[in-house]
Write a new protein. Structure first.
Length: 227
């Protein structure tokens, strides 16, 4: 089994090898930090501990796997605006930030209350706005936005009609809808004690599917053959 894995690894190109090594290193680091947290805090691992591992591992794989195509300044600016708007939508729907709905609590930073990936969490409750910056969801949304940026650039260069071609096929717009869904069911209200593990599990599944769609972008290939 080890020899077969070694042969497959050597068969990858340099970019594929780097992606695999860095992705595995990310997953191992998070798992190691979680085990150290369990040891020093005398905590028993639960299902919730797995969600940051999955989100951050998928995020690392996507970033190392994706290299936006060269593009002109106008295309980059337009793609950046789309990605920025995408992140704002995810952050708002996912509960990373929004209008204040509770008592004024001020700014707090949690370091040890929850395992790595959930902490360090930055929480703020003000009279006008509130935010809950949970590392694994924040990084996940940022990576999805980066993938949308890369997708928008590819749409501009490959699809007639420019960046608007991005919204011409279901498999390109589905990640947007899926990401909003993942925000609703598994997003930034991450510290709510009443949330069930099934809720976060569903959000994690949607997130991983969304990452895969945005990395491989099958809808753009479909459009290329018809435009």
């Amino acid at each position: 089994m080890f020899d077969a894995a070694t042969r497959r690894f050597r068969a990858l190109d340099d970019a594929g090898q780097r992606t695999l090594v860095y992705t595995v290193a990310t997953a191992n680091s998070i798992v190691l930090l979680s085990l150290l947290y369990a040891y020093f805090t005398d905590s028993a691992p639960t299902t919730y501990w797995a969600f940051p591992v999955i989100w951050l591992t998928a995020a690392a794989w996507a970033v190392f796997r994706t290299d936006p195509e060269p593009a002109g300044r106008r295309t980059k600016l337009l793609a950046g605006a789309i990605a920025g708007g995408y992140f704002l939508v995810l952050g708002f729907v996912g509960g990373l930030f929004g209008p204040a709905t509770g008592p004024v609590t001020g700014l707090t930073v949690q370091f040890t209350q929850l395992p790595p990936g959930w902490n360090p969490a930055i929480l703020y409750g003000g009279g006008t706005v509130q935010f809950a910056i949970v590392p694994f969801t924040t990084v996940g949304y940022a990576v999805l936005s980066y993938l949308v940026y890369a997708t928008a650039i590819e749409a501009e260069s490959a699809v007639a009609g420019g960046v608007l071609g991005l919204f011409s096929c279901v498999s390109c717009t589905l990640p947007v809808v899926a990401s909003v869904l993942s925000g609703v069911v598994g997003g930034g209200a991450a510290l709510a004690a009443a949330a069930s593990s099934q809720t976060y599990a569903l959000g994690t599944v949607v997130y991983v599917i969304t990452v895969g769609l945005l990395v491989y972008r099958p809808g753009l290939d479909w459009l290329r053959t018809r435009l």
